[in-house]
Write a protein that binds this ligand. Sequence first.
Ligand SMILES: Cc1ncc(COP(=O)(O)O)c(C=O)c1O
Length: 366
Amino acid sequence: MSCDLLNLATPGVAGLEPYQPGKPIEELERELGLKDIIKLASNENPLGAGKRARSVLKKTCDISRYPDGNGFRLKAALAEYHGINPDQITLGNGSNDVLELIARSLLTPAHEVIFSRHSFAVYPLVTQAVGARAVVVPAKNWGHDAQAMRKAVTKQSRLMFIANPNNPTGTWLRKTELRNLLQSVPEDLVVVMDEAYFDYVEDPEYPDGTGWLRDFPNLVVTRTFSKVHGLAGLRVGYGISHPDLADLMNRVRQPFNVNSLALAAAEAALQDQAHIEKSIKVNRQGMRQLIAGFRDLGLDYIPSAGNFICVDLKKPAQEIYDRLLHAGVIVRPIANYGMPNHLRVTVGRPEENARFLTALGKIVGD
Ligand SMILES: Cc1ncc(COP(=O)(O)O)c(C=O)c1O
C-alpha cells in the first residue's frame, strides 16, 4: 500500500497514546500460565455487583430490541435520588463517555483545557482528540492545587477537569477550596467535578458537587456505577448539569450509548443501599489493612479518599510490578501519570489485601 494510513489522522489523534488499562486476569493467565490471580488494578468493587443488580440481570431482558435511548427509567430514578430534574442528566457508556461528550460538545482547537498533573488519564485523551490545548497545572502534595488552577485560566479556557477524589493519587479538595475556585472562574468556563469515587469519601469537609449545581450553571458533576455499585463491566455513568449543557451533550451522544442490561442493573443498584454500605465498610477496613501493611514494611504512601492507594517504592516500580505479576498479583504501575516510583493498588477483600502485602513484603525484603 502506497498511502500511509497513519498520516490520515487529525493532528490531535496523531499524537495520542491509547489509554492503558489494568492488565486483565485472563491475559496474565495466558502469558504466565498462572491460576488463582488477583487483580487490584482498576479500582473495581471487590465485592462485585449487589444482589439487586444481579437479580435484574438474571431476569430475561429483551436484548433483541434497542435500549431506551433516553434512559427514561434510570433518569427518573437518578432524578429522585439526587433531587434534580431528568433533563439535567446525561447518561454515558461509563462516565468516561460523559467526559468525552463534554469535550466534543464544547471544544475546538482554539480552546484550552485545564487539569492537574497526576490526574485522570482520560482528560488529556479527550482534550487532544478534539485538537484542544491541554494546560497541565503542577500538583501540590500530589493533589490539585486549586489556586494554581485558577491562575491558569485565560480567555481561551473553556473547560476544567477536577477529579475529586483524584485518580491515581487519591487526594481530594475540600469544600472551601473548591467553592472558592468555582466562584472565581468565568461563567463561560465549564468545570467538571468528576466524582467517580464519591461514595467512599468520609471526610466531612468533602463537597458534594450535586448540591452546587444551582449556584454554578457552568458546573458538570460526573458519577459512575463502576465503583461502589460494582458494575464496571456493564459501562454506565452519568453527568448532572444545567439542562442546557445536558442538551449539548445529548446532541453528540450516540443514540443508544447505554445498553439495556446496564440501564436495568444501574436502576436496581441505585436502590441497593445495603450493598453500597457494605462496599464502603469493606473499603474502609481494607484501606486500614493496606496502610498498616505499608507501615510494617516501612513504605510511604499517599493518603487516599478513594478505593485505591499509591505506595511509594522510592525507586522505579516497574520491576516490583513485574515480580508481583509473577506472584499472581496485578496492581497498576503509574509511570504514565508521572509517578514512576509509585504503584497504585485497589483496595480488595481482606484476603486479597493480605496476599498483595505478603507478596510485596517478600519482594521489597529481598
Ligand atoms: C477519576 C475517574 N473518573 C472517571 C472514571 C471512569 O469510570 P467509568 O467510565 O467506568 O465510569 C474513572 C475510572 O477509573 C476514574 O478513576
